[in-house]
Write a protein that binds this ligand. Structure first.
Ligand code: AMP
Ligand code: MG
Length: 345
């Protein structure tokens, strides 16, 4: 059932809230990606999320709230820098890490002493949390390791039959998961880049660091700060290769790779942009957005990766994009999706 933003059918949201209260799991839209939610205060409900997704139990979940008051029982303390960021960016795509209170079950935090909390900027999500009357633990509503869901159709594809309900709110706005910021330390650290950029955070609270695992470009790190970092993420079934460099050289290289792979009888896909799509030859050429408008690429990245799989493509060659602002998060997801398979020309 599709729910219109302006004309929300409250009875459907209340039905979903009842499922959450009764210990079930519900997929719902947020502005970042679709989430798979359960009562965050109930260990047994939370376990159902891990089971449905096939998510490793040492990858902690984000707890979603609908108002600031709901934060206080969940955390031991809130630093001034966190308060400033909450005022500025909540509701919105910023997750903050706090020392957890005793009511947070260990299954959510994978045994950590901290808890990740966010207030989503999506009316359906916030109404669902409000009517549930409990905070909602929610990871992305996809099978663990696959591209995150940005449409209800993606959730159906991955989780149909495994969950109790899906609220369809259409395509999400941002398209990439929230920025995760550890504010328990004196100098806050970005554990996952997202729509709220380092520059935006630094303007508000001064120096912000980026976790070394994000910069080092290695898939497996020994002791990742954000436990989820060590896992395969966002990957299409097709092999994905990123070609990075000056755009004309990239086009030339991708076309020659496409030809070689075609000769090997592989079905070849190319992830291009509005500006470059006309320059390619392959079985499927998809534009992921406008090179000069990074937010269009963020919004379509996961949907485009999934579209190659839908078409049965064996190997995808992708252009590389700007690292500026939200581009940093786009390239973080794209590189992970490619398993750091990057050709520099
Ligand atoms: P997902 O909900 O699939 O977007 O994943 C949530 C991510 O939030 C995890 O993979 C972790 O990287 C991060 N996260 C959640 N809780 C914590 C925590 N207590 N400390 C550090 N990172 C966390
Ligand atoms: Mg996820």
């Amino acid at each position: 059932m599709k729910i219109d933003y302006d004309d929300m059918d409250l009875s459907i949201i209340k039905e979903a809230a009842q499922i959450i209260r009764n210990g079930g799991i519900v997929a719902f839209p947020t502005e970042t990606v679709y989430g798979l939610g359960a009562n965050a205060l109930d260990q047994e409900s939370v376990k159902k999320i891990y089971l449905a997704k096939g998510r490793p139990s040492d990858n902690p979940l984000i707890v979603h709230i609908s108002s600031i008051e709901e934060l206080y029982p969940l955390v031991e303390s809130i630093k001034l820098k966190a308060k400033i960021l909450m005022d500025l960016f909540w509701p919105g795509p910023l997750t903050l890490i706090f020392p957890k209170s005793k009511i947070i079950p260990d299954s959510i935090t994978a045994g950590l002493s901290t808890v990740a909390v966010r207030m989503p900027d999506n009316k359906i999500a916030r109404e669902l949390i409000k009517y549930s009357g409990v905070p909602i633990a929610a990871p992305s509503a996809n099978i663990s390791g696959s591209p995150s869901p940005t449409k209800a159709e993606h959730v159906i594809k991955d989780l149909n039959g495994k969950i109790d309900m899906i609220l369809d709110g259409g395509s999400v706005r941002v398209g990439l998961e929230s920025t995760v910021l550890d504010v328990t330390r004196d100098t806050p650290v970005i554990l996952r880049p997202g729509g709220i950029t380092k520059e935006m955070l630094e303007k508000a609270i001064g120096e912000v660091l980026i976790d070394s695992a994000i910069i080092s470009e290695k898939e497996f790190v020994d002791t990742p700060m954000a436990p989820g970092m060590k896992y395969k993420h966002y990957s299409p079934k097709a092999k994905l290769v990123i070609v990075e460099g000056e755009i004309n050289k990239v086009i030339e290289k991708i076309n020659s790779l496409a030809k070689e792979n075609k000769e090997q009888k592989l079905k070849v896909g190319i992830m291009a942009t509005e500006q470059t799509r006309e320059n390619y030859q392959a079985d499927l050429i998809l534009s992921v957005g406008d090179r000069d408008k990074a937010e269009t690429i963020a919004a379509k990245l996961f949907d485009t990766l999934r579209a190659f799989d839908e078409a049965g493509i064996d190997i995808i060659f992708s252009e590389s994009f700007s690292y500026e602002e939200i581009g940093f998060a786009i390239m973080n997801r794209l590189k992970k999706a490619a398993g750091y398979n990057i050709l520099r020309v």
